[in-house]
Ligand binder design. Structure first.
Ligand code: ADP
Length: 202
């Protein structure tokens, strides 16, 4: 009797900015490539185009990725429709990796569950918390449904403690709680901070 076990599952890597999520995603994907598995990587496009790109870590390592506008693009790419790659094969890859997953849309949740049910190893990396240290969009849903969750920490830029939060700075000052998540044209930056040194102005 052939075992019905196929190994499809969902792995999620979370933590604040600079915690090494992209590094960990690249490490897992590189090992899958070494194991001669068929690996397909996606990341959100910052512009309105669907194009070839790469997932890069702050330390400089990278893997090839396709930049997409959302879950519908991932679905189309995997089904071979309008694919940018010459082999428009409808066969699912062994492994699907997605970076910056918090910037996708909520349709990503049913899509990754479908892939895992179909036997794909899905590896997601993204922020668990927004700059206010509130759960980021649909990330709690993914974390609850995953078979494996890894929470990484960065280093607090103030005290050197393990950092679990992303400090948003606008013109060098902590951002306000009601500042929009996407601010066009403002001089903003982010730092990794611990619970004590993370500040949200009221
Ligand atoms: P993430 O995807 O979580 O933003 P990356 O994998 O892109 O993280 O980058 C992690 C790397 O960033 C670390 O290995 C380190 O070289 C660098 N880095 C810069 N600032 C910090 C910090 N405050 N804490 C930890 N690592 C940092």
């Amino acid at each position: 009797l052939k075992s019905p076990y196929h190994g499809g599952h969902l792995e999620v890597i979370v933590g604040p900015m600079f915690s090494g999520k992209s590094e960990e995603l690249i490490r897992r994907l590189t090992r899958a490539v070494i194991a001669r598995q068929n690996v397909q990587v996606f990341k959100p496009a910052l512009d309105d185009r669907y194009h070839e790109s790469a997932v890069a870590s702050h330390a400089g390592r990278s893997v090839h990725a396709v930049a997409v506008r959302g879950a519908a693009d991932i679905r189309a790419h995997l089904s071979g429709e309008g694919t940018l790659l010459p082999s428009g094969a409808a066969d699912l890859p062994d492994v699907v990796g997605i970076d910056e997953v918090q910037f996708m849309d909520p349709e990503l949740v049913p899509l990754v569950l479908e892939l895992a049910d179909a036997g794909v190893r899905v590896i997601l990396a993204g922020l668990d918390l927004d700059f206010r240290a509130e759960p980021f969009g649909f990330m709690p849903d993914l974390l609850a449904r995953a078979e494996s969750v890894e929470k990484l920490t960065a280093i607090c830029t103030v005290c050197g403690a393990p950092a679990t939060r992303s400090q948003r700075l606008i013109g060098g000052q902590p951002a306000r709680a009601d500042d929009p998540v996407v601010l066009v044209g403002a001089l903003e930056s982010y730092e990794a901070r611990c619970r004590v040194h993370h500040v949200v102005r009221p």
